[in-house]
Design a protein around this ligand. Structure first.
Ligand code: NAD
Length: 290
């Protein structure tokens, strides 16, 4: 398949390389002028999509996505698919989807979970909004770049699924870290705490798979001095997107708001910037109630 790939950063680079390695003809564009093995670089975003059956974007935010979409949509052939894998606000995803549909394209918003490791290993999970025909056309590409793709409904629903998932993740990580810090002060051993909670009703992915306590549970960023992993800054981005969506949809999300406020403080005023999002544990552990 002839594929364009725009935004070849930490995630997009390895995703494009995997598509090229699988035998697809990949033309790329990135403003940073990167080189990716097996990918032919174009001089502009519009140049990269000419003649492509699928154009993939993997960009930092909704404003950049809107700008790039305005450049590429008019240059794409009718019937082609615009597949956006960036994490952006639901409104930008829906606006770009409508623009693509109006130009006779299929449009999919397909944010991912799995991080840079999943992008490199081809084991991402895609949460996909958009039309069924586009989803079927993109399915072989999801199979190369990931291990699972869930069609969540119309345009924007992929982003909705992503931010709801990550809102739960942010809240459970904070809850898990808070509970470890409380357990410390009550004299409860962290290993005992893990052994109980990971097999009890307080269990979650944050505790069982990504335990924030070093030396406890499966290997996680906590065992590597909280190097990301999934950076606290990216969690903050996703929580802000969730709160933006909640405001727009008039949804009551008090714990999501509390998580967004805590990560904002952690990233912007404390030592959280550049650390994994599970570094909330040393943050809580170093504090008292007051
Ligand atoms: P990144 O900053 O490494 O990559 C973004 C790339 O886009 C950069 O190479 C940049 O030069 C390029 N770019 C910016 N503006 C451009 C433009 N106008 N035209 C072409 N290229 C442009 O970011 P990333 O970590 O690869 O993340 C990409 C997206 O994936 C984000 O939306 C992020 O939230 C999401 N995401 C990231 C992770 C992760 O663990 N890094 C996990 C899941 C989802």
């Amino acid at each position: 398949m002839k594929i364009a790939f725009i935004g070849l950063g930490n995630m997009g680079g390895p995703m494009a390389a995997n598509l090229a390695r699988a035998g697809h003809e990949v033309t790329g564009f990135d403003t940073a002028g990167v080189e990716i093995e097996g990918v032919t670089m174009a001089a502009s975003a519009a140049d990269s999509v000419r003649g492509a059956e699928v154009a993939i974007t993997m960009l930092p935010n909704g404003d950049i996505l809107r700008r790039v979409a305005s450049e590429i949509i008019p240059a794409m052939n009718a019937g082609a698919v615009h597949l956006d894998c960036s994490t952006v606000d639901v409104d930008s995803a829906r606006a770009v989807g409508e623009q693509a549909l109006a130009a006779g394209l299929s449009a999919l918003d397909a944010p991912v979970s799995g991080g840079v490791g999943g992008a490199t290993d081809g084991t991402l999970t895609f949460m996909v909004g958009g039309d069924e025909a586009g989803f079927e056309k993109a399915r072989p590409l999801f199979d190369i770049m990931g291990k699972k793709a869930v069609h969540c409904g119309p345009s924007g629903n992929g982003q909705a699924a992503k931010i709801c998932n990550n809102m739960i993740l942010g809240i459970t990580m904070i809850g898990t870290c808070e509970a470890f810090a409380l357990a410390d002060k009550l004299g409860l051993d962290r290993q005992a705490m893990f052994d109980v909670v990971s097999t009890s009703s307080g269990s979650s992915w944050s505790m069982n798979t990504y335990c924030p306590a070093p030396g406890v549970g499966p290997k996680s960023p906590a065992d590597n001095d909280y190097k990301p992993g999934f950076a606290a800054d990216l969690m903050l981005k996703d929580l802000r997107l969730a709160m933006q969506a909640a405001t727009g949809a008039d949804a009551d999300t008090p714990l999501g708001q509390a998580a967004a406020d805590l990560y904002a403080r952690f990233v912007e005023e404390e030592d959280g910037s550049g650390r994994d999002f599970s570094a909330m544990l040393p943050r809580f552990a170093s504090r008292g109630r007051g």
